[in-house]
Design a protein around this ligand. Structure first.
Ligand SMILES: *Cc1c(COP(=O)(O)O)cnc(C)c1O
Length: 477
């Protein structure tokens, strides 16, 4: 047995490379990342072509190691080229993510130290850091000190967490589901429909509240629907507003919605995954009045704080409600109950072991300070207005002056079919590939949309997009 242990140990120890070997691999990885960042400004944003062969990705996993330079060469071709490049300034489609460099270093530190951020007992400091970020965000939106929250992997899971907290707080059991009514809009993000299904609430009655000419929910219509539903013996229980819809960036009249929810005793949830951090600007503060009266709220640091993908935060005004929805006991966890100075993430989310996500946000916030975040967000608001004006000058039919940073537009030609022309125009832009925008359907019409949110997008890139649109129109008309 001792011989076998010695043999096994010799091979197993390869998992712990020495300082020199670590340094060698790290230098190559860093050099690769630096080259990636250097190339970003010139590189194309969109590569629809697939590699001729997936040589690296289809290669077998085998007993023998592969050298790092072979792996990086393959990654460059097969992973970091095809498709969309979300790190690029030219990402103006969907809702752009970011990729702050210091956040990647935060991830690096979190992974090397592998602090266990699930329970306070395990890593009091890691949990305190995550909770400090929750408290900061709660304070930003005007929630009281008793608010709670959790850092999830993204907005979808954060919204799901809020839906479950709402379900539990209102005691919606299986037998109640078919009578329970939820009010949202046609522009509510589809992750909420998904969340209802996952939470066993797909048989709820869902009311899509009509929108005004700026795609915001009409409060009077909600009040009317609730009254009709009560008369029909149904049980209105949840109202969902958006602080920045994905389609057009519209912000619902949060103050009015809060008033209805309070009067009717509904759980008021706000999906601010896209728009929430605009509250760091004066414009956002004004626009989001009433946000502090919601019961729960979702903000995506991997959108509005420019982090790499992997962080969406849910806040619940009464933190106790989040706790009671997710706290469970188990014998094998008994030791962890001894020191409870802070709330443990495991008690307010479906997760137990989890990535120490706080570090990827805390490090850039501390290293940069808040000023550049605020400036970048205000810059995006102005860029969206700038683009809205310029694209109109080019002869496009434009959507409403943007509440936030999404601009919708389409070209309406005299003779050709408008949907067809805009589809061809989008294909033209994608072929160019310097800037990427996406499309949607609004009021049944194929519509182009520009969403400006990457911290790397400045006026220069918006001007490139305008030039591409000008070229596109010339080629089409
Ligand atoms: C992006 C987005 C979501 C989903 O968030 P993920 O982080 O992509 O899971 C939800 N709601 C809105 C309004 C969004 O923009």
């Amino acid at each position: 047995m001792i011989d076998r242990l010695r043999e096994l140990e010799a091979v197993a120890r390869r998992l712990e490379p020495g300082a020199e070997e670590r340094g060698g691999v790290r230098d190559e990885v860093v050099a690769y990342s630096e080259a990636f960042l250097e190339r970003l400004p010139e590189g194309k944003m969109f590569h629809p072509e697939l590699p001729e062969r997936w040589t690296l990705l289809d290669s077998p996993f085998q007993d023998d190691p592969t050298p790092i330079d072979d792996l990086l060469k393959g990654l460059a071709v097969e992973v970091d080229t095809p498709g969309i490049n979300p790190a690029s300034a030219g990402h103006i489609g969907y809702i752009p993510g970011g990729g702050l460099y210091y956040s990647s270093l935060g991830d690096y530190l979190a992974a090397v130290t592998n602090r266990y951020a699930g329970v306070f007992f395990g890593s009091p400091g890691a949990v305190r850091m995550e909770n400090a970020l929750i408290a900061w965000m709660a304070d930003l939106v005007g929630y009281p000190a008793t608010a709670g929250g959790n850092h999830a992997s993204g907005g979808s899971i954060a919204n799901l967490t809020a839906v479950i907290a709402a379900r539990e707080a209102h005691g919606i059991r299986a037998r109640d589901v078919e009578r329970a009514v939820v009010y949202l809009s046609a522009h509510t993000h589809h992750c909420l429909d998904k969340a209802f299904r996952i939470a066993g609430l797909q048989d709820c009655v869902v009311r899509r509240v009509p929108l005004d000419e700026r795609y915001r929910m009409v409060p009077a219509e909600i009040a009317r629907m609730i009254e009709a539903d009560r008369r029909a013996g149904l049980r209105p229980w949840m109202l969902i507003g958006s602080a920045g819809t994905t389609d057009v960036g519209a912000v619902d009249p949060l103050h009015d919605l809060a008033h209805i929810a309070a009067t009717e005793q509904l759980w008021f949830h706000i999906d601010a995954a896209y728009g929430g951090f605009f509250i760091l600007t004066e414009h956002g503060k004004r626009l989001f009045k009433g946000i502090e009266r919601s019961d729960s709220l979702v903000l995506d640091p991997h959108k509005g704080l420019f982090l790499p993908y992997g962080l969406g935060t849910v806040l619940v005004r009464d933190g106790g409600k989040l706790l009671s929805a997710f706290t469970h006991e188990a014998h094998y966890m008994q030791d962890t109950r001894i020191a409870i100075e802070d709330i443990s993430p495991a008690d307010v989310s479906p997760e137990l072991s989890k990535h120490f996500r706080g570090m990827r946000l805390w490090l850039p916030l501390k290293l940069h300070g808040l000023a550049p975040f605020r400036a970048a967000l205000e810059e995006k608001l102005l860029l969206a207005r700038y683009f809205h004006g310029k694209v109109k000058e080019l002869g496009f039919e434009v959507g409403p002056e943007p509440d936030l940073t999404v601009v919708t537009f389409r070209y309406v030609p005299e003779v050709q079919d408008a949907d067809e022309l805009n589809k061809r125009l989008l294909a033209f832009l994608h072929k160019d590939g310097r800037v990427y925008i996406s499309s949607t359907v609004i009021d049944g019409r194929f519509t182009l949309r520009a969403a400006i949110l990457s911290f790397r997008t400045h006026r220069e890139t918006v001007d490139v997009l305008l030039e591409m649109l000008r070229n596109g129109l010339e080629a089409m008309l």
